[in-house]
Design a protein around this ligand. Structure first.
Ligand SMILES: O=P(O)(O)OC[C@H]1O[C@H](OP(=O)(O)OP(=O)(O)O)[C@H](O)[C@@H]1O
Length: 148
């Protein structure tokens, strides 16, 4: 593990990811969504499951890169933005994790009325997610199955 702010790690299996994303979907079934936006790349896996669970066919991406391989976050790089009517009202944005909240802050600037959901949330950024499933300690680095 890299030195610095991370002192623990958590490895999520494909089964755990699938189970957790279905539980997140249950929290999001209270309304119809106009569409689903995945924040790349971490939101792509959850978007596959959510689009089925919530029966959303209109799926698009907001492409943002930040962390490098050394677990340090560089400047956010907005590779593909999106423009929606009504400031994103009625749209669901999905990411795997909110950590510092920098990524979601940028998405909220683009789509202030969209509903932002993540499966996992760390304390520093959790208030920026409208819905999340599970809190993770700030000093824990999460490994997703698609990264192993
Ligand atoms: O709350 P923050 O501190 O902004 O961190 C969370 C973001 O970091 C990860 O993406 P990353 O930039 O590593 O890119 P990836 O999804 O391509 O792995 C994750 O998928 C979130 O998008």
């Amino acid at each position: 593990m890299a030195e610095g702010v991370y002192h623990q790690e958590m490895h999520i299996s494909w089964q755990e990811f699938h189970d957790d994303t279905r539980k997140l979907a249950d929290k999001l079934k209270y309304r119809e969504w106009k569409g689903l936006l995945a924040i790349t790349r971490g939101g792509l896996g959850p978007a596959t499951v959510l689009s089925r669970e919530l029966d959303i066919v209109h799926v698009d991406t907001v492409c943002i890169a930040s962390y490098d391989d050394e677990k340090s976050q560089g400047e956010l790089n907005l590779l593909k933005s999106i423009s929606l009517e009504d400031q994103g009202e009625g749209w669901l944005v999905i990411d795997d994790l909110v950590d510092t909240g920098k990524t979601i802050r940028l998405v909220r600037e683009l789509l202030p009325k969209a509903h932002v959901a993540t499966i996992y949330a760390k304390p520093a950024g959790m208030d920026l997610a409208d819905t999340y499933l599970t809190e993770v300690a700030q000093d824990c680095w999460v490994f997703f199955p698609w990264e192993e």
